[in-house]
Design a protein around this ligand. Sequence first.
Ligand code: AMP
Length: 215
Amino acid sequence: MYMVLLGPPGAGKGTQGEKLKDKLGLIHIAMGNLLRETVKKKTPSGEKVRAFMEEGKLVPDGVILELLKNEIELEKEGFILDGFPRNLSQARKLDEFLDKEAEKLDLVINLEVKKAVLIKRLRGRLICSECGKVYHKSKIDHSMEICKDCGASLLQRNDDNSDIIKKRIEVYLEHTHPLIDYYRKKKILRNVQGEGTSEKVFQRIMDLFKEKKIA
Ligand code: AMP
């Protein structure tokens, strides 16, 4: 199955992507994580990527498509994409890529979350510096700010500050939101209420499969 998780920053794409990966046995490709790995290498191209990310802007398509190609070329069983596509030209490139492989995108899950909830989630978000597990400041024991799974320290992402969050939501509305219509017209879009606990949201996604609302 070839699947895309769509939604604004803070909608829970990464969290649900990991849960779906475990459940469906597909690979989960998080474009933001691939980019953060690139930045860590501190190469000249990594530095360029960092500048776009720190400003909350989209990284140029050329860089994105190159990274994606390396990840998906050999994936015959399917994948769960999160954070890609983020604009119409990326969506068309994905269609072209799958077309060449005589495949097609099966499902786009659009996580719907109100802006106020997104902002609250992003402002309080902490990420494990090693495994990337996501926490929220309001739900952790502050005397022990380490990851429950791997024991590494928890960090706030550079772009999870108020000004950049605002910019990222604007960029989402301008460039990514139009994809909802793009995929609705292809009849592969399913909207899922993305508020509440991650378990509840995951259950809503699973219900789509049970109710056979998925082609
Ligand atoms: P995320 O981890 O998905 O919130 O992405 C973090 C940042 O990485 C975004 O704010 C963008 O700067 C960049 N980014 C992630 N995915 C893409 C993409 N498909 N196209 C362009 N930039 C991206």
